[in-house]
Design a protein around this ligand. Structure first.
Ligand SMILES: [Zn+2]
Length: 104
């Protein structure tokens, strides 16, 4: 089984950590492309939309999933992919990402 550190390295190395910046408001949405799809993560709130994060929290694990950790790692290494959008695209962006996740 692949270790958590190896998974994090894999995600960061593949530029899977993306910061979507909406302008001019400057609001940001983070997504992480993991092994099973793209997830919406919120590093400040220690939130990730993946099932691993949710169940990890339920079972009392403190550190959540590797996606949130990959964001911290990518920031540290300057490996964040920054993508800029117009504020007007925000609603459509959120709708798309919710759709991707809900559909499985
Ligand atoms: Zn996650």
């Amino acid at each position: 089984m692949e270790s958590r550190a190896a998974r994090i390295r894999g995600v960061v190395g593949a530029h899977g950590v993306k910061m979507h910046v909406f302008l001019p408001s400057g609001r940001t949405v983070w997504t992480v492309v993991g092994e099973r799809g793209e997830y919406w993560a919120h590093p400040e709130m220690d939130y990730c939309s993946c099932p691993g994060h949710y169940f990890g929290k339920l079972s009392g694990r403190e550190d959540g999933c590797y996606h949130v950790m990959a964001i911290a790692s990518a920031v540290e290494q300057g490996m964040v992919d920054e993508v800029r959008f117009d504020d007007e695209e925000y609603a459509a962006f959120v709708a798309r990402i919710m759709d991707d996740m809900g559909g499985g």
